[in-house]
Ligand binder design. Structure first.
Ligand code: NDP
Length: 447
């Protein structure tokens, strides 16, 4: 066993039994610790400050009940959380996820990862995450509004433009942000940037909706350029049909890539010659209407494969953009067999530890979500500064700034991760994020 693995095991054993039992959190900590723990041990100040241990322990976890009334007049009760992980480099920042399966394990691992992601942007953004076990599917607009208002009644005392600035995540889009921002503004009696992802008519930023998907493509372009390749005619398998997947698909097409799949929980839409804009628009419309992909109109060339994952089709590049742990070992093997040489994560932690081993062994160039999907939070950072300056940028300005931010993130990560003639992007992202956090945490003393 090498030193890093031995130290990582010791580190994991030192955590509370409760934390050790949270599988997603454990996986996220293990991956980061394996890359940074020897760096910490070799720096007397960082070791003494116990930087990694402090990053694992969120500053606070706020847990609350969300009580609201449905359209039938019945009282409903949900559970909500906000994990404020670290504000060492800026106000807590991270999305809110509404999903019936959401657990504190998910939010703890996402908040931990968010600290590193936000550090990589170079912007003053701390790390956080939150959400509720609420299922917006099948709910009326009025029910979603009442839920969002009830959620914000509980959360409002804990957030603010200099304190904690939540954004959207799975099932939290423009509609939910609008209702929650309105509720926060009413509760606080102020108008300020306490949330990002806001609509353009009340302080939002151009390109925020598109930013994660667009940024993912900009990151992949930087990876390809470093390897002497480009996106033109590359076959790209994308999973998901949500915000990240759709905008990644549109940008990939605009940059002359061939998007061969999009998917949802029902199966995969596939076109070996590349989905055209009409097909992507249809997928987006299905998502907006709460429909699935199972019945594409005859006017589309694409075919639907029930229960298939995008990884079972031939492609050069894989962009998982649906959810965590969607690529297991078998999926990774299928991916490699189907010709994939580059995988960049649009979703957060979509690749399991076992799958990562398969990808590494096969020499697949792998970019972790904390680097590749940082475009969303980066534009959220721009939204925060636009809101406080009361001066807003044009779509072209934001898009250009996003391109530059993603290329800078790529270069920071590649510089840390290079060695032996190739780049380990996962290691590079962990090290670059850690170093920035370690400097800030150490400089601010023991609090
Ligand atoms: P959305 O809710 O807009 O979309 C998620 C989509 O993924 C849904 O359409 C869902 O399908 C599909 N999906 C879920 N599970 C599976 C599965 N097992 N197989 C296939 N499809 C599946 O979410 P987002 O696009 O906003 O987020 C996607 C991921 O990206 C998440 O991991 C999120 O944390 C991450 N992310 C999002 C950011 C953002 O700005 N939105 C920023 C950074 C990361 P169905 O419709 O059938 O439920």
């Amino acid at each position: 066993m090498d030193r890093a693995t031995a130290l990582t095991e010791l580190f994991l054993e030192s955590l509370s039994a409760e934390d050790q039992d949270l599988p997603n959190l454990r996986q996220a900590i293990t991956e980061v610790a394996a890359d940074v723990i020897t760096v910490e041990k070799n720096d007397a100040d960082w070791a003494a400050a116990r930087v990694l241990r402090r990053l694992v322990e969120p500053d606070r976890v706020i847990s609350f009940s969300v009580t609201w009334t449905d359209d039938a007049g019945d009282v409903q009760v949900n559970r909500g959380w906000r994990v404020q992980a670290s504000n060492a480099i800026g106000p807590y920042k991270g999305g809110l996820r509404f999903h019936p399966d959401v657990t504190l394990d998910d939010l703890r691992f996402l908040a931990f990862e968010q600290c590193f992601k936000n550090a990589l942007t170079g912007l003053p953004l701390g790390g956080g995450k939150g959400g509720a076990d609420f299922d917006p599917r099948g709910k009326s607009d009025a029910e979603v509004m009442r839920f969002c208002q009830a959620f914000m009644r509980q959360l409002a005392p804990h957030i603010g433009p200099d304190r904690d600035v939540p954004a959207g995540d799975i099932n939290v889009g423009a509609r939910e942000i609008g209702y929650m921002f309105g509720a926060w503004s009413a509760a606080s009696g102020t108008y300020a940037g306490a949330m990002t992802g806001k609509g353009l008519s009340y302080g939002g930023s151009e390109v925020r909706t598109e930013a994660t998907g667009y940024g993912l493509i900009y990151f992949v372009q930087a990876m390809l350029a470093r390897a002497g390749r480009d996106l033109s005619e590359q076959r790209i398998a994308i999973s998901g049909k949500g915000n990240v997947a759709i905008h990644a698909a549109r940008k990939a097409l605009a940059e002359r890539g061939k998007v061969v799949t999009l998917s949802d929980t029902s199966g995969t839409l596939y076109d070996p010659d590349g989905l055209d804009p009409a097909a992507i628009d249809w997928v987006a419309a299905q998502k907006a209407a709460g429909g699935d992909l199972s019945d594409p109109p005859a006017t589309l060339r694409a075919t639907f494969e029930a229960d298939a994952q995008p990884w079972s089709f031939e492609a050069d590049i894989a962009l998982p953009c649906a959810t965590q742990n969607e690529i297991d070992e078998d999926a990774a093997k299928a991916l490699v067999d189907n010709g994939v040489t580059v995988l960049a994560e649009g979703a957060n932690m979509p690749t399991t530890a076992g799958a990562l081993k398969v990808l590494r062994k096969a020499g697949v160039l792998y970019a972790p979500g904390k680097a590749a999907n940082a475009g969303g939070v980066a534009v959220s950072g721009l939204e925060m500064s636009q809101m406080s300056h009361r001066r807003f940028m044009s779509a072209e300005e934001v898009d250009q700034a996003l391109r530059t931010l993603m290329s800078d993130i790529h270069d920071r990560v590649a510089a840390e991760g290079q060695g032996g003639g190739s780049v380990d992007y996962a290691r590079g992202a962990n090290l670059a994020g850690y170093r920035r956090l370690a400097r800030a945490i150490t400089a601010q003393g023991v609090l």
